[in-house]
Design a protein around this ligand. Structure first.
Ligand code: BDP
Length: 331
């Protein structure tokens, strides 16, 4: 009896404390924004634009600060923080987000998108809406989709990857999602999920032989200094999202919601332009610095090798079958 009572007292105290915490965080003028990238990155400039426009359009009722460079933790930490209320807005790569929102895994299937334009058509259409709805159920409101190009493999072992056989025996860092581990294993390599911030050191010390990313991240993190062979597999075209927590969103009036959504869409337009520019600049910069790059024109062997990854994903979550078909049906 005494035990039961004290449990109840503790529970009430915890509830009171969390209510206090929530109301402290509900102030829309003081949103905390998570970002993994350095300050001059297209994502970062897009996020700054978003919060500036949101403030302007809501007469200052919405405002906040973006914490760049992953100082608030890894993306996995930030996803939980967003669900718990510690982070109000963020820019997430949809790859690791698939752990929190299984439907989102569809975009992490290698070669699911034909190219960047196809990805835009899909994400700006009905599939994008379905994924947003699934994310909202997990407490994450996707306001707009940002670009992150195509990801390719690079390594520090002098290997020029031209066919899947070249991947054999190499150990790659991947983002946190078992689909990416399966992807590398399907090519005959090994994979270790690891936070973005740890990759440079791991490449430098040989903990991994390589990693995979787009040109701007390969350049902005200096990975090109320690892994100078970049092979254009372009196996993943992953969208990213500008998101707010459902808690922060629900605290807004419907008029402010509209303004915040507009700010996010406008910021995405800017981000996509900056993205294209930065991709060209980053590529030129690393090539000038001596990176050995090989284009892979015919990617069909890589694509064919991905069948087990699709099978694994659908087995785990049969609902993906319909989403895969929906993406493939978009021209
Ligand atoms: C970059 C994404 C970023 C990821 C990072 C990674 O923009 O969100 O955290 O790759 O590889 O391209 O972890």
């Amino acid at each position: 009896m005494i035990k039961a009572l004290s449990k109840k007292v503790v529970a009430t105290a915890v509830l009171a404390a969390s209510v206090a915490l929530v109301s402290a965080q509900a102030s829309a003028g003081d949103w905390k924004g998570w970002n993994i990238h350095v300050k001059d990155y297209p994502v970062s400039i897009g996020m700054e634009k978003f919060i500036e426009l949101a403030a302007k359009k809501t007469d200052g009722r919405v405002g906040g600060k973006v914490y760049h460079g992953g100082v608030l933790g890894s993306q996995s930490d930030a996803i939980s923080q967003m669900q718990l209320g510690g982070v109000d807005f963020a820019e997430f790569n949809l790859g690791p987000l698939g752990i929190a929102v299984p439907e989102v895994n569809v975009v992490s299937l290698p070669f699911i998108f034909k190219d960047m334009d196809h990805m835009h058509r899909v994400m700006d259409g009905a599939v994008g809406e379905k994924l947003s709805a699934a994310m909202a159920k997990a407490g994450i409101i996707a306001l707009s989709w940002y670009d992150s190009g195509a990801r390719s493999f690079y390594n520090n072992s002098g290997v020029v990857i031209k066919t899947p056989a070249d991947v054999k025996g190499l150990k790659f860092r991947v983002m946190n999602n078992e689909l990416f581990v399966g992807m590398v294993e399907a090519l005959g390599g090994n994979a270790t999920p690891m936070a973005f911030s740890e990759v440079y050191q791991s490449l430098k010390t040989g903990v991994v032989d390589g990693a995979e990313n787009n040109w701007p991240s390969y350049e902005s993190t200096n990975h090109y200094d320690v892994a100078g062979n970049y092979s254009g597999t372009q196996h993943l075209i992953l969208p990213e999202c500008l998101c707010v927590s459902i808690r922060a969103w629900d605290a807004l009036s419907s008029e402010d919601k509209k303004s915040v959504k507009e700010a996010a869409v406008e910021s995405a337009k800017l981000q996509r332009v900056l993205w294209a520019e930065r991709s060209a600049q980053s590529k030129a910069k690393v090539l000038k610095a001596g990176v050995k790059y090989n284009e892979i024109k015919d990617k069909s062997e890589f694509q064919a090798a991905m069948a087990p990854v699709y099978a694994m994903a659908v087995k785990k979550n049969p609902a993906l079958k319909e989403l895969i078909a929906a993406i493939q049906a978009v021209d």
